[in-house]
Design a binder for this molecule. Structure first.
Ligand code: SF4
Ligand code: SF4
Length: 375
C-alpha cells in the first residue's frame, strides 16, 4: 500500500517486545494493565512487521519493552530487523544480558544500545528500580557494550529522588564511554501519574537541575551529546509530543496493537488496530486511532487559532486528558491553556508533600536479582 502524498512514513518504530521486566520503576511508561506473556507476538510476526515497516520507509526500530532481553528469541528478532535494513537500537535495563548474549546480538547486527540508569548511587538506584544488584550489573554491561563496539546512549529519568545528581549522572555516562546521554524528567502518565506525589520535584530543584545539565553540556561539548527533556508541569509551552500525533512515530505493543504513543490507550473511545489483522502501512494511514488527532482539524481553542499549532500540535493528548478530562484540549503545560495554573498548582502541591512510598510497577514475583534473571 502506498502512502498518500500528504503523509510521510514514521521515522522510527518502537517495538515493545514484551511488558515483562525484572525491574519495577515507579515511572515506567508501560500501561497499568500489562500484556501477558502468552499474548506476545511471535518471532515470525515481528519479522513481518519489520519488513512492512522498512517497505513503507521506516529507518529505525527501537527494540524495547518492558525488558527486551526477557525474550529468549531476542537474537532472532534483531536478525530479522537487521535483515529488513532497519537501524536497530536496543533499549534495555541490562538485566538478562551478559557477555555471551551481547556478543550474539552484535553478530546478529544490533547497531546501538540505550541503557537506563536509575541513579549514580547504587542503593538509591536499586531502590528506585525495585531490584537488588541492578545498578552494579548495569555498570558491568555498559562496559561490555562499549568493549564490544556498540554505540552507547545512557537514559536517565529524573525525579525527586535523583534530581540533585544530574551532573553526576552525566559524569558517569561519560566515564562509561557513552556518546549520548538523555536526561528526561519523568512524564506523568501511567505508572508515573500514579506515583506523581512520590516523584514530583520542586521548581527550585528543576531549575537547579537544568542549570547543572547546561553546565555539563558546555563541559562535554564535542565529546558527549546531552539531550534534555524538560518537565512539563513547570513548562510554559508544551513539547510536540511524539513529533505530533501520527506524524513521526508509532508503537507496537507486545500483543500487536499499534499506538501513536505509549499512553494512547488511556484515551477512551479510541480503536487500536493490530498487526495481527492489518499491514502496518494500512494501520498508519487508516486506523481510527491515528486519524483521531492527526493534523490540526480536531483542535479546539486556544490551539485552533494559535500560530504555533503546526509547531507543537497542541502538545500531548494524554496529558490534556489526564489534567483536563478532555483529550482534545490544549496541553495544560501551555500557559495559554485555561488549565495551566491548575497543573502548576498540582505540581507544587505534590512536590511539597512528605516522602511517600512508591507504588512499584507490576512484575513477575519470581525474578528479584540480577543473578536470577540470567539463570
Ligand atoms: S520497569 Fe523500569 S526498566 Fe523496566 S521497562 Fe519499566 S522503566 Fe524500563
Ligand atoms: S495554544 Fe495550543 S498550539 Fe498554541 S502554543 Fe499552546 S498548546 Fe501549542
Amino acid at each position: 500500500m502506498s502512502l498518500p502524498s500528504d503523509l510521510v512514513a514514521p521515522l522510527g518504530v518502537l517495538a515493545e517486545l514484551t511488558h515483562r521486566c525484572p525491574l519495577a520503576c515507579p515511572y515506567c511508561s508501560n500501561p497499568l494493565m500489562l500484556d501477558d506473556r502468552g499474548d506476545e507476538l511471535d518471532t515470525a510476526t515481528w519479522a513481518r512487521v519489520f519488513s512492512e515497516a522498512a517497505a513503507m520507509g521506516v529507518l529505525q526500530v527501537h527494540l524495547s519493552g518492558g525488558e527486551p532481553a526477557s525474550r529468549r528469541d531476542l537474537a532472532e528478532i534483531v536478525s530479522a530487523a537487521n535483515a529488513s535494513g532497519l537501524y536497530t537500537n536496543l533499549i534495555t535495563s541490562s538485566i538478562g544480558l551478559d557477555r555471551r548474549r551481547l556478543a550474539m546480538l552484535k553478530q546478529c547486527g544490533l547497531d546501538h544500545v540505550q541503557l537506563s540508569l536509575q541513579d549514580v548511587d547504587a542503593d538509591s538506584a536499586d531502590h528506585i528500580g525495585g531490584y537488588r544488584g541492578g545498578h552494579a550489573h548495569k555498570l558491568e554491561i555498559a562496559r561490555l557494550v562499549t568493549e564490544l563496539g556498540f554505540a552507547l546512549t545512557i537514559n536517565a529519568v529524573i525525579h525527586r529522588a535523583n534530581i540533585s545528581r544530574v551532573a553526576a549522572m552525566v559524569e558517569l555516562a561519560a566515564s562509561l564511554g557513552a556518546g549520548r546521554v538523555e536526561i528526561a524528567h519523568a512524564q506523568y502518565y501511567g505508572w508515573a501519574l500514579r506515583n506523581r506525589q512520590a516523584l514530583m520535584p520542586t521548581r527550585a530543584q528543576v531549575d537547579q537541575a537544568m542549570q547543572d545539565a547546561e553546565r555539563a553540556r558546555s563541559r562535554y561539548h564535542g565529546r558527549l551529546v546531552i539531550d534534555l527533556v524538560v518537565p512539563d508541569y513547570y513548562a510554559r509551552r508544551p513539547k510536540a509530543c511524539v513529533g505530533g500525533w501520527g506524524r513521526r512515530s508509532l508503537n507496537v505493543t507486545p500483543s500487536g496493537r499499534v499506538l501513536p504513543c505509549h499512553a494512547a490507550e488511556t484515551i477512551p473511545g479510541l480503536t487500536f488496530w493490530s498487526v495481527r489483522d492489518h499491514p502496518l502501512a494500512k494501520i498508519w494511514v487508516e486506523s481510527p486511532a491515528f486519524r483521531a488527532f492527526r493534523g490540526t482539524d480536531w483542535m479546539e481553542e486556544p490551539c485552533r487559532s494559535c500560530a504555533l499549532r503546526e509547531v507543537d500540535f497542541g502538545g500531548c493528548r494524554c496529558q490534556a486528558l489526564a489534567i483536563t478530562g478532555n483529550a482534545s484540549a490544549a496541553d495544560p503545560s501551555c500557559e495559554l491553556s485555561p488549565h495551566h495554573a491548575r497543573m502548576l498548582a498540582l505540581a507544587e502541591q505534590d512536590a511539597a508533600g512528605s516522602d511517600i512510598d512508591y507504588v512499584y510497577r507490576d512484575r513477575p514475583a519470581t525474578v528479584r536479582s540480577a543473578a536470577a534473571a540470567l539463570r
